[in-house]
Design a protein around this ligand. Sequence first.
Ligand code: MRU
Length: 348
Amino acid sequence: MRTPETVAWTAEGIRILDQTLLPERVEYRVCRTLEEAEEAILSLRVRGAPAIGVMGAYALALALRREAPPDRVAFLEAAANLRGRIARVRPTAVNLDWALHRCGEAVSRSPETDIEKLHAVLLREAQAIENEDKELCRGIGEAGEPLVPEGGRILTHCNAGALATAGIGTALAPLYLAWERGKRFRVFADETRPLLQGARLTAWELRESGIPVTLLCDGAAPFLIATGGVDLVITGADRIARNGDFANKIGTYGVAAAAERHGVPFYVAAPSSTFDLAAPDGDSIPIEERPGEEVTGFRTVRTAPEGVEVWNPAFDRTPADLVSGFITEKGILLPPYGRSIEEALGGG
Ligand code: MRU
């Protein structure tokens, strides 16, 4: 299947598909400076945990190309400072920090003293992260495809599709492969307030692929589950702790709780780069809070009274005991997660 190219390195800078304009406009823009790349991450022009990992790695390459430190020591020092700065732009998705860490390690390990060659090492690592993500998505798709029931009704939250990755997505990857192999089913997509990733992005990419999709308000999802309208839930994740607690788009916890209450399987699809073995449990996952304006209106339309106080966490934490399994490129990890996560991913 053809997937949109979310992030790519070009001679002019980082080319991104501007997701804030979807579904009305499919427009690409080029980030030529670190500030433009950071703005693109912060404003969700590029979003989804794996995609911002790739974007972060390219942002580091972009910044170091422009900054042009005079020698190896200055290069490594600038890389370390920039890594911290870029990772802070969106703190919940561990893929951002993971990709930056990987790029930092690659340059530290390299014996190169020539700055251009050192920069080439960095860029190669960023490109490897992008290419590997395509493989990881495919692996998740293969592992999860057998779970998709013929004629089934599958609920998802937010967008963990091709738009959130460099490949065919995480939560949507099993669905794309199942569809390609002739299974027929329907996806229910939560609209995902406040920024409507479900309505704008998931509904758009599924329709582009010809997969039937029904859009529903976030508040309707537990009712759909309770009335027997869902056979399977699959979401993505932004960070999964060592015990299987995980963070994902705000609203995920309610969906997981409703699924458990009504005996509907709830799976989380994520690559190994989304597991944070340094986080013992969900409480150690930082939750990004975003501006109140995202809740008091949408784009230019105000929907709440002036001056109202707002709480706008971008993500929530779902406890591991609500998860039926983690669909990864290494297979499906089952409870007890402390053990299965360690066995599959603990080796480094
Ligand atoms: O704020 P966003 O749009 O970046 O949030 C995205 C999600 O919560 C996704 O479910 C998650 O990043 C997994 S994407 C494969």
